[in-house]
Design a protein. Structure first.
Length: 130
């Protein structure tokens, strides 16, 4: 595994990508989606947003409630089976595979599940990641 992407300007990255800490306040099943995902509501302090997140393999709904997550909040809205996903809850593939590479989807073999990213300790909801 090497780091293969070209360098970007750090100032541009911080100006373009807005990541914030939010707390998961609701977790619902999403049987209408093609992939196994949850419908989440994430509280960012001054507002809440919803997200479709593929955390089902490693987390029960009760495990996620009240947890803080790192989310990208300025990607716009994506419609997934009639549900408006308004932020991207970040995570990593537990098998360490590159999702952009050519490989089986993580849920195909049971080894590559999504582990959500969270701050080391609790911080105020809405805190910007930089």
């Amino acid at each position: 595994m090497g780091i293969e992407e070209d360098d970007i300007d750090p100032t541009t990255f911080l100006e373009d990508v807005e990541m914030r800490i939010g707390e998961i306040t609701s977790v619902d099943p999403f049987p209408e989606a093609r992939k196994d995902v949850y419908k989440l509501t994430v509280d960012f302090g001054e507002e809440a947003r919803q997200s479709a997140a593929g955390l089902t393999a490693l987390y029960d709904p009760d495990d996620l409630l009240g947890r803080q997550v790192v989310a990208v909040v300025n990607l716009g809205t994506v419609n997934i089976a009639g549900f408006e996903s308004q932020c991207l809850v970040t995570g990593v593939d537990s098998a360490g595979r590159d999702p952009a590479g050519s490989r089986a989807a993580p849920d195909d073999d049971g080894d590559g599940n999504v582990v959500h990213l969270q701050p080391e300790r609790e911080v105020p909801n809405g805190t910007r990641v930089y």
